[in-house]
Design a binder for this molecule. Structure first.
Ligand code: AMP
Length: 144
């Protein structure tokens, strides 16, 4: 007998549902803030992963974090966009899971985070799992 949502949770692999790294907009840790803001605005995402040169996850940066940093007491201090690097502004606490983690753990993390970063056993960035992908999966199975 098919038991929803238990079977969906048990049978779903993170790898099958994630957006693979080649399709994920990201910035490098030593990029100037200006570049990160450009990537965020042009991609349309409110937050993206921050990687280092060896493709390891180092944090998450959002438009709000950048705007909050350049917001002075009375005006925007736009020169900070070129002076500061992503490393100085990003949040280093990344919600992340290994590729082979249980899907249930991903479900738990997406309660508080719009996406979870996925890395392999060597710590290399493999992609992200989004709330959208999870809601889509459950909606599809509800209609079965
Ligand atoms: P969604 O559930 O599709 O709305 O995605 C949730 C969040 O995941 C977005 O607001 C972005 O911060 C991030 N995200 C989704 N897709 C991508 C992508 N292709 N590249 C970078 N970030 C993404």
């Amino acid at each position: 007998m098919y038991s929803f949502p238990r079977d969906v949770i048990l049978n779903t692999k993170i790898e099958d549902l994630m957006v693979s790294s080649d399709k994920v907009a990201h910035v490098q840790i030593d990029n100037p803030l200006e570049h990160a803001l450009l990537v965020l605005i042009k991609s349309g995402y409110s937050a993206v992963p921050v990687l280092d040169l060896s493709y390891r996850l180092r944090g998450i940066i959002s438009t709000t974090m950048i705007m909050d940093t350049v917001l002075g007491i009375e005006s925007f201090e736009m020169e900070k966009l070129t002076k500061l690097k992503v490393a100085e502004v990003m949040n280093p606490n990344v919600p992340k899971l290994k590729l082979d983690a249980d899907f249930m753990r991903a479900l738990g993390l997406t309660i508080n985070h719009p996406f979870v970063c996925i890395e392999d056993n060597e710590g290399l960035f493999k992609g992200i799992l989004t709330r959208r992908a999870i809601i889509k999966l459950f909606t599809k199975n509800l209609h079965k």
